[in-house]
Ligand binder design. Structure first.
Ligand SMILES: [Zn+2]
Length: 376
């Protein structure tokens, strides 16, 4: 099963897309400019590297062998015939200079192989001026010059470039593939957290890897666990005061991490990985310090996550499955009750943004859950 699933080196899943591109390549009819569009974390950059191997490899032309020196360098991000245009610096955009340099380079490409691939990651980071610098190249490409524009959203791509490209959808991954990627790249994370990450990531390996590396997920789960217990016990537990396990879990969930998050251990040697990390470095400290100042924002975030996990837990039970790993079942197997429980949770979620006193609103939400579950 493993062998046919992987066509381009390093690419898991996306079988139909891989097959279509491989066929077009085999016939010498691959569109020179592909827009790989799909949700965050489904492997678009990995796909682009695999495509680079397919274009450049002479050992297994049209597919890539993954093992020859050419493929190895493409996969490591240091082959001269695969150029990555990524945002530089604070602006988060691809500079006009970088785009112009790329335009100049392609006029002399390929350098070592038979093809030259420019990966633009993400294509949304290409502004008008930088886009114009590449327009002619994409409009009238020289033989062997290919483009791969990566994006989560076609509307973010300059219309002038989009109209000269072929959109290719790179969709969500099967849970089994996400799980395999987690097993390979986040083996150090606790099993429970990995199981949860697969359920929450909805087919995005990137999101699953982030969740698996996120220690606060365990605290959020503990809060759901305590909320489920409190709802069952009713008002005495819900209004049990700060010493009650429910509110101890709440306090833990709204306390920001002091220690910097351990970086995902598996960050691949890839331009996309570099880019993602850089983006995190830019965004995270600011987000964290503002969160520290803004208690209600942290509290709202905690409620949102509580509700998100709780709804997922109930939905799993509605599907006849045991619910989220490590959580007690909602004590109401009747589907009607479970649906009512989800509706009540969604009402709580819709109120989150307007919550003045977040804890008070949460107490009301828990009372409502309790009423739903104990209704005759
Ligand atoms: Zn090869």
């Amino acid at each position: 099963m493993d062998q046919p699933a992987q066509r381009f080196p390093g690419v898991l899943g996306h079988e139909a897309v891989q097959a279509a591109i491989a066929r077009a390549l085999g016939r010498g009819q691959l569109h020179h400019s592909l827009v790989l569009v799909g949700p965050r974390g489904v492997g678009k950059a990995t796909f682009a590297r695999g495509l680079g191997c397919a274009l450049l490899c002479r050992a297994r032309p049209g597919l890539g062998c993954g093992a020859c020196p050419t493929c190895q360098r493409v996969l490591a991000g240091n082959h001269p015939d695969v150029d990555w245009l990524v945002p530089d610096g604070k602006a988060g955009t691809i500079s006009v200079d970088a785009a112009r340099a790329c335009h100049v380079r392609q006029a002399h490409a390929p350098y070592e192989a038979d093809a030259y691939l420019v990966v633009i990651d993400p294509a949304d980071a290409l502004g008008e001026a930088a886009g114009n610098a590449l327009l002619k190249t994409i409009e009238e490409p020289r033989p062997g010059v290919h483009f791969a524009l990566l994006t989560t959203n076609l509307q973010g791509v300059l219309p002038t470039l989009l109209s000269r490209s072929l959109p290719v959808r790179v969709g969500r991954l099967d849970d089994a593939i996400v799980r395999a990627i987690l097993d390979a790249r986040a083996a150090g994370a606790p099993q429970e957290r990995r199981d949860m990450a697969v359920l929450l990531a909805e087919g995005s390996a990137g999101v699953a890897l982030e969740l698996a590396a996120d220690p606060s997920l365990a605290r959020s789960l503990e809060l759901v666990r305590q909320a489920l217990t409190a709802v069952r016990a009713g008002p005495p537990a819900i209004f049990g005061g700060d010493d009650h396990p429910l509110w101890a879990a709440w306090t833990a969930a709204i306390t920001p991490d002091e220690t910097p998050e351990p970086a995902p251990t598996e960050a691949a040697p890839e331009p996309a990985g570099k880019k993602k990390k850089a983006a995190k470095k830019d965004g995270e400290p600011a987000a964290k310090s503002s969160a520290k100042k803004d208690g209600p924002a942290l509290q709202r975030a905690a409620v949102r996550r509580l509700v998100e996990l709780w709804i997922l837990h109930v939905r799993e039970q509605l599907r006849g499955r045991p619910g989220l790993p490590g959580l007690p079942p909602v004590p109401a197997p009747a589907p009607g009750t479970l649906v009512a429980a989800i509706s009540a949770l969604q009402r709580l979620e819709s109120r989150v943004e307007r919550m003045g006193n977040v804890r008070l609103m949460l107490e009301q939400g828990l009372l409502e859950q309790s009423a739903v579950l104990t209704a005759p």
